[in-house]
Design a protein around this ligand. Structure first.
Ligand code: BEZ
Ligand code: FE
Length: 307
């Protein structure tokens, strides 16, 4: 090959050359995603004038993020969460629902498959010494019709602000998580403990970055919910406890006014009226053909490690 046949690339034309090499990608969606990724990545590098040392720092950072992932910890999801990418994907996902229903919120890195099943009114926390809380309400469709047999997966921290998976990775030792089923009227009743706000894991590369940005790393107190009913779009969401000081500056951008739950001391309408309680009704959108293919923003870290 004569030297005249070697393209003389520069900081602008290298982008065109990469896109040309990828132009025959048979998978059209892969082609679309990678074309946009290359365009934006190159534009980003040009915008910040990325130096060799900074490029290497980024390689080291992503290497550490990967090395921090285990079957019990997902540092990449944490990174996605702290830069608002997970929240952005949720916002876009909610817009594609057939109907406007309860909105999504972060699944987070502590979701676990195969949580135990409970009966209505059962307690999910092993240690209730700091007091119990009842969660109750209905799951309906957007016409207000009750959805019976809907499954509500719930997971939250214990009263010490830690998820079971952070204290003991043994999947036989689950705590503060479980699956409930709605009754014939779409009602659910869960007994738990009041969650507390907590810091995202700060002992890894993502925490180090968050600290360098002078961010506090806190999430407001919340309870995760994963709701499934046959024929309806799966809902990944969370309830945020009214009064928490970090409702307005969640490190991972999961909060919204619509998802704030008010815990009241004595609600005579609650089926467990002697406990502090919070009523929250969830609405599900009818499922579209495409919904089943769209997946979730998140997964059990153990399943990702095996993928
Ligand atoms: C969580 O809510 O479990 C969570 C979400 C994002 C980052 C860390 C924790
Ligand atoms: Fe959480």
């Amino acid at each position: 090959m004569s030297s005249s046949e070697i393209p003389e690339l520069d900081a602008e034309t290298v982008t065109v050359a990469v896109l040309a090499q990828m132009a025959y990608t048979p998978d059209t969606r892969l082609k679309e995603v990678m074309t946009a990724a290359v365009k934006h990545l190159h534009a980003f590098a040009r915008e910040v004038n990325l130096t060799p040392a900074e490029w290497l720092k980024a390689v080291e950072f992503f290497t550490k993020v990967g090395q921090t992932c285990t079957p019990d910890r997902q540092e990449f999801i944490l990174l996605s969460d702290t830069v608002g990418l997970s929240a952005l994907v949720h916002f876009m996902h909610d817009k594609t629902a057939l109907e406007d229903a309860t909105h999504s919120s972060l699944l987070g890195p502590f979701f676990r498959e195969n949580a135990p099943r409970f009966n209505a009114g059962d307690q999910i926390a092993r240690d209730t010494s700091d007091g119990e809380v009842a969660l109750w309400g209905r799951v309906t469709n957007t016409d207000g019709q009750p959805l019976s047999g809907a499954e509500i997966g719930i997971w939250q921290t214990a009263s010490n602000g830690l998820y079971d998976i952070q204290e003991d990775p043994n999947p036989d030792n689950m705590d503060c998580r479980g699956i409930f089923t709605t009754d014939a009227n779409g009602n659910y009743l869960i007994r738990t403990v009041k969650p507390v706000g907590y810091s995202i894991p700060m002992d890894g590369p993502v925490g180090a970055l968050v600290r360098r940005q002078n961010r506090h790393g806190m999430r407001p107190a919340h309870i995760h919910m994963l709701i499934n009913a046959s024929g309806y779009r799966e809902l990944v969401t969370a309830l945020y406890i009214k009064g928490d000081p970090h409702l307005s500056d969640d490190t991972v951008f999961g909060t919204s006014g619509e998802l704030v739950a008010n815990v009241t001391d004595h609600d005579p309408e609650c089926p467990l009226p002697n406990l502090p309680s919070s009523r929250f009704d969830f609405t599900l959108s009818r499922e579209s053909e495409a919904d089943r293919m769209l997946g979730r923003v998140g997964a059990d870290p153990a399943a990702i490690a095996q993928a």
